[in-house]
Write a protein that binds this ligand. Structure first.
Ligand code: SF4
Length: 445
């Protein structure tokens, strides 16, 4: 889940970032440079993918805050007796088989959803075999799957571990039953503890917990208890997201962002700061706005996105980024089935416009600034000078100086790296990026 932002609205600012401006709005120098395609980001955009994302769009029920493309399949433990799930796995295997390999083996695979753990172990193994046949999976690949408490047991874990799955992301959100019910989750606090005990038994010891803050009726004490429990479990990785009230969701009908029973923006920001303090003190590296990891346990698959590298995206609603083209698949089952027929008939041809050089530069900065290491300032300025001209650099430098004085941006003195500070810069990421993009376009106020 990704969040929204505005200055002190902090935690909320930590996730959903502004869209990059389109090159059509930019100066003539940008179009000229687009044709030259000299950017280092261009090389990255056309490199053969080594990552694959598979979307598994099934959940036991729809959480009250969720606008993801999913089908609700009820309270069965897995997809073994659902024709809809079996048909979808068949479709996904067809899409994989129709997708041209770009020549390199996969180094990361991520089953996301939805609730991928609703698949049977045999279905997960079948999909991995399909990926291996089509692209190859490297022996050292990170293979992650999202699993919700109450949807897996020891036998399923053992079977998928034997097939190569070596990382689990558990959708905990909160350890308190009253809050789980308030957000419409289908699992209980007891099921979370059972799931954690299974993971700690060592079948797959690389696991991550997903937590959420900014929940209705959630107090600072609730959040403290959530952090206490998470730190006591000591997972190798933690992700932390703020609730956002998305249009069309149940919460959209009942709640106003920042108004009771949701925490105020200031309270949500304080939760973000407090999590950063507690988790960092517990030895976690806050390596990305929403992600913490013990040493060497950062999620390799997600780093693909932050580095703006290419990846195969497979399944309903998934976006792929291959050959400089981002292609989003339809979010409805019937439309996806039609799209898949056309895709297979065409021999795996995707029709989309390639991203432009200026969009690549902006996206790379937008994504790079989400990480603790930030971006190479000198490299970015030099690319930007070619793409948008010297006047844009002057405007951008003014914005950087302004946020550096405010403590939101740090420019390293022993290197040329520019990064957002933790937590204040991360909290204001949306504002920083909006101002940077406006400066590039010449809309600086
Ligand atoms: S489990 Fe995740 S994808 Fe499924 S309904 Fe809940 S928030 Fe949405």
């Amino acid at each position: 889940m990704i969040s929204e932002s505005s200055a002190e609205s902090a935690a909320i600012e930590s996730s959903k970032l502004p869209e990059s401006p389109k090159s059509t709005q930019s100066a003539e120098s940008i179009s000229r440079s687009d044709r030259s395609n000299q950017s280092i980001w261009h090389d990255r955009a056309y490199a053969p993918p080594v990552a694959a994302y598979l979307h598994i769009p099934f959940c036991r029920r729809r959480c009250f805050y969720c606008d993801f493309p999913i089908s609700v399949i009820g309270d069965r433990r897995d997809g073994s007796n659902s024709l809809g799930v079996q048909t979808y796995v068949d479709q996904l295997c067809r899409e994989i088989a129709a997708t041209p390999s770009q020549g390199r083996s996969l180094e990361t695979v991520f089953f996301g959803g939805g609730t991928p753990s609703l698949l049977t172990a045999a279905q997960i193994v079948r999909l991995l075999e399909a990926l291996d046949r089509q692209f190859g999976i490297a022996a050292t690949a990170e293979i992650s799957i999202e699993m919700d408490p109450g949807t897996f047991d020891r036998a399923k874990l053992e079977t998928i571990a034997a097939a190569g799955v070596n990382r689990i992301s558990v959708g905990v959100q909160t350890f308190e039953d009253r809050l789980l019910q308030a957000i419409g989750r289908s699992h209980t606090a007891d099921e979370i503890e059972t799931a954690i005990a299974l993971l700690q038994s060592g079948i797959i010891d690389n696991f991550s917990l997903d937590l959420m803050a900014g929940l209705p009726h959630q107090t600072a004490d609730d959040w403290e208890r959530t952090l206490d429990r998470a730190i006591a479990i000591a997972p190798p990785h933690l992700s932390y997201y703020d609730l956002i009230v998305e249009p069309g969701t149940v919460f959209d009908r009942y709640y106003q962002p920042g108004a009771a029973p949701l925490p105020t923006e200031a309270a949500a920001a304080e939760m973000y700061r407090h999590a950063a303090d507690r988790l960092t003190a517990a030895g976690y590296d806050h390596y990305e706005i929403s992600n913490y990891a013990q040493p060497d346990r950062a999620c390799r698959h997600n780093l693909t996105y932050w580095h703006n590298a290419t990846y195969y995206g497979l399944g309903l609603g998934a976006t792929s980024y291959v050959n400089g083209q981002r292609v989003a698949r339809p979010r409805r089952r019937d439309a996806y089935a039609d799209w898949l027929d056309r895709y297979v008939e065409s021999g795996g041809v995707l029709e989309a416009e390639a991203v432009t050089a200026i969009d690549l530069a902006l996206e790379s900065v937008m994504l790079g600034l989400r990480t603790a290491v930030g971006i190479d300032r000198d490299l970015w300025r030099s690319e930007l000078r070619q793409l948008a001209g010297v006047a844009a650099i002057v405007r951008v430098d003014r914005v950087v100086d302004q946020y550096e004085r405010a403590g939101a941006i740090a420019v390293e003195t022993d290197s040329t790296r520019l990064r957002l500070t933790d937590p204040e810069g991360f909290l204001r990421s949306n504002s920083v990026l909006s101002d940077l993009f406006n400066a590039i376009e010449g809309d600086e106020s």
